[in-house]
Ligand binder design. Structure first.
Ligand code: GAL
Length: 622
């Protein structure tokens, strides 16, 4: 009797403790998950490659135009080079039927007309599949699509009543996705978000086109007014439905809220790629802007989940046949970011020089490298940048020297910046010139404005047989970043967890000790690392990032292995020396690194912390 009472009391106590923890989301996020919590579905082990008609044809997309591009992609060697997905974008729909189905605009896609007067894109996908391609389609997570907001004078918009023009997924998620994947046989879906952003009360499309009012849950450029949970919930549902509809896993889910709604945090949990920025335009400025939107997000990408700075603008505007240096630079940058490579111009009219750029096998191999690491910025100047991408093969790195400025500049890179040991460089290859270069250290190149050198280098990894966490970023998942939920990629001064930098982009530094390598984050963060039983020990020097205005907060560092606490430090303050850790992680599948504030930290953003020289011993992952 007494023990029953005791256990009831205990249970009540535990439940109430659990309830308090759940109520405080911040602390909850620091609990170990014992898993690598990424999407884990779909066929995007390497970044998807293909073609999308939007920037070439907008809503003037027709079957004939698409097929002439498909022919060119096949005949001119681009399919062989890896461009597989042929995606239809906005503009394919005619109306939502009363029975809930969608009619296709068969005037533009005659192949979709069925004998019974209905329409289906099955013959379209069958045709592509028969030619060895995969087929992609486009929809919106809200009720209406972007063309209905931004291309309102197009003759090819959905027609009919308000309900008939509601061609987005909202309210039709399960049936539309079933139609697209099971009946029509698509392999890829881009899910846009204008329906959640651009059809509010009083908005132009609602006033002028009489579309249904949809309370915006995305307020573009205003992270605080955006209801990111509502946006995430919608996409999470699409992700779950697609996983259920595709038992063979042969599909890609492309999430398209243009870097809004905190998608950087949750894109990789619900889909295979997510836009980090507004639409690319074929200008140098726009390309740089989109590159920048993804360039410091190296801890968010990896096999199955990619930062998407939008389609390639190659073949258009400042990246056309008269701007081959710019085209090569753009392609090199996307290759280093491990970004999806989706061409976006009328390939049927491409010059040979443009085809040579897009089909360069050595550059594509960098993008498609099996390790899936996104490059890290080793040098991040206003004009010169150097990116380093550790490749799957031991000691190999892709290296990009980039002059984004208007004047010629000299770029120099030493072994340490390539994460290679002293004089161990054995091989340097120029991936655009297709030639091996003399091995000289440091590597020095004169670069014209907007020019890049893309190299593959081989040497001995800087920590020998140990692997730095910043050499295996694809195996890290940022489960909690410690930032207030309204912080977005636009808040450049706050920053997210980074490889080899503090979140603000500074060198890692604890009490005057510098760390060339490591992970910088904020407190209240949790990183999941896919160790997969390949390592024996985890070592690091931890502490708070040195700052000009040291706070009074203290931080505790914890290392978990498969959900079990393996190590916990004492609370350290801003002026404390680095604490060395050396933790047994033998057999651990998922290691988790938690930095938790201890005691009262009232100031808004938690302090920056450092996992200095964080590395795993006893394996050969990168
Ligand atoms: C935008 C999207 C573009 C294109 C367009 C279609 O929101 O970012 O890539 O799909 O909609 O209207």
């Amino acid at each position: 009797m007494r023990s029953l009472l005791l256990s009831t009391l205990l249970t009540t106590l535990l439940i109430s403790i659990g309830a308090t923890a759940a109520a405080d989301e911040g602390d909850d996020a620091l609990q170990p998950s014992a898993r690598f919590s990424v999407y884990g579905h779909g066929a995007a082990a390497t970044p998807p490659m293909g073609w999308n008609p939007w920037n070439a044809f907008r809503t003037e997309v027709t079957q004939a135009r698409m097929l002439s591009v498909v022919d060119a992609i096949q005949q001119r060697g681009l399919q062989r080079a890896g461009y597989t997905y042929i995606n239809i974008d906005d503009g394919w729909w005619l109306r939502r039927r009363v029975d809930g189905g969608i009619d296709i605009r068969t005037r533009m896609f005659p192949i979709a007309a069925s004998a019974d007067g209905g329409s289906s894109l099955r013959a379209w996908t069958d045709g592509l599949h028969a030619r060895g391609f995969k087929a992609g389609l486009y929809t919106d997570v809200g009720a209406n699509a972007c063309s209905q907001a931004f291309d309102r004078h197009s003759p090819n918009l959905p027609v009919g009543s308000i309900a008939e023009r509601g061609i987005g997924l909202q309210g039709f998620e399960a049936s539309d996705l079933k139609t697209m994947f099971q009946d029509w046989g698509f392999d890829y879906l881009k899910v846009d978000a204008c329906g959640l952003a651009d059809f509010g009360p009083g908005s132009e499309p609602v006033r002028e086109s009489g579309l249904a009012i949809n309370r915006p849950v995305i307020v573009r450029g205003d992270a605080e007014a955006t209801d990111r949970r509502a946006v995430e919930t919608r996409y999470a549902r699409v992700g779950r439905l697609l996983a259920g509809l595709n038992p063979d896993n042969d599909y890609v889910l492309s999430i398209c809220p243009w870097g809004e709604a905190g998608v950087r945090d949750w894109g990789g949990r619900h889909g295979n790629m997510w836009r980090t920025s507004p639409d690319i335009e074929p200008t140098w400025e726009s390309m740089l802007h989109n590159f920048d939107s993804a360039a410091r997000r190296e801890l968010y990408a990896g096999p199955g989940r990619w930062n998407d700075p939008d389609m390639l603008a190659i073949g258009l505007g400042e990246f056309d046949a008269d701007h081959l240096a710019e085209a090569r630079t753009h392609f090199s940058l996307w290759a280093m970011l491990a970004a999806p490579l989706l061409m976006g111009f009328d390939v049927s009219t491409a010059s040979n020089a443009l085809i040579d750029i897009l089909a360069n096998p050595e550059v594509i191999a960098v993008n498609q490298d099996a390790a899936g690491n996104q490059a890290t910025l080793a040098v991040d100047g206003p004009a010169l940048q150097v990116l380093v991408k550790p490749l799957a093969s031991h000691g190999e790195r892709a290296l990009l020297l980039f002059n984004r400025g208007d004047a010629p500049a000299t770029a120099t890179v030493d072994a340490a910046q390539m994460k290679l040991a002293g004089d161990t460089l054995t091989h340097v290859r120029d991936l655009w010139r297709h030639e091996d270069l003399d091995v000289r250290q440091p590597l020095t190149f004169r670069l014209a404005p907007r020019e890049t050198r893309l190299l593959k280098v081989v040497g001995t990894p800087v920590r020998g047989n140990a692997t730095l966490l910043s050499e295996m970023t694809a195996r890290i998942h940022v489960a909690a970043d410690g930032l207030p939920t309204y912080a977005t990629p636009r808040d450049a001064d706050i920053g997210t967890p980074r490889a080899d930098h503090s979140p603000e982009g500074k060198p890692l530094r604890i009490a005057s000790t510098d760390y060339a390598y490591g992970i910088g984050a904020h407190a209240q963060s949790r990183l999941e690392v896919a160790t997969r039983g390949e390592f024996q020990r985890f070592a690091a020097h931890v502490g708070m990032q040195q700052s000009d205005q040291p706070g009074t907060g203290r931080v505790v560092f914890r290392v978990f292995g498969d959900g079990r606490l393996l190590h916990e430090t004492r609370a350290v303050g801003a002026l404390d020396a680095p604490l060395p850790l050396d933790v047994d992680v033998d057999g651990v599948q998922v290691m988790e690194l938690v930095a938790a504030t201890s005691g009262d930290t009232s100031d808004g953003v938690p302090a920056a912390i450092v996992w200095g020289d964080a590395l795993l011993r006893g394996g050969a992952a990168r």
